[in-house]
Design a protein around this ligand. Structure first.
Ligand code: SF4
Ligand code: SF4
Length: 90
């Protein structure tokens, strides 16, 4: 990898949670480094995590690493005007 992880470049991050894969274990919410990114709800009487405040996500991927069912995707959008330094001659 060249340079710091993408999470520290000032890009925008958010997550998606697949309710079909989520078991409502809350590991993601308990380990999340953002503020209230992940909330708790119920779908058809079953506990599910949902994205409560998507803009608060820091893109740290802690939730993704703690989810045992791969229900979470972290989505990073490049900051406007940002060109990543990939260490290549162009
Ligand atoms: S860690 Fe995964 S399965 Fe558990 S509540 Fe979060 S999204 Fe759902
Ligand atoms: S990527 Fe980090 S800040 Fe964003 S929801 Fe997951 S644990 Fe929270």
């Amino acid at each position: 990898m060249y340079g710091p992880p993408v999470a520290f470049h000032g890009n925008r991050h958010t997550i998606k949670i697949d309710p079909d894969l989520c078991t409502g274990c809350w590991r993601c919410q308990q380990e999340c480094l953002g503020q209230n990114v992940i909330g708790r709800t119920e779908i058809d009487g079953r506990p599910k995590a949902y994205v409560k405040f998507p803009d608060h996500c820091k893109g740290c991927m802690t939730c993704l690493r703690n989810c045992l069912t791969n229900a979470i995707k972290v989505i990073t959008t490049a900051k406007e005007g940002f060109m990543p330094d990939v260490g290549a001659d162009v």
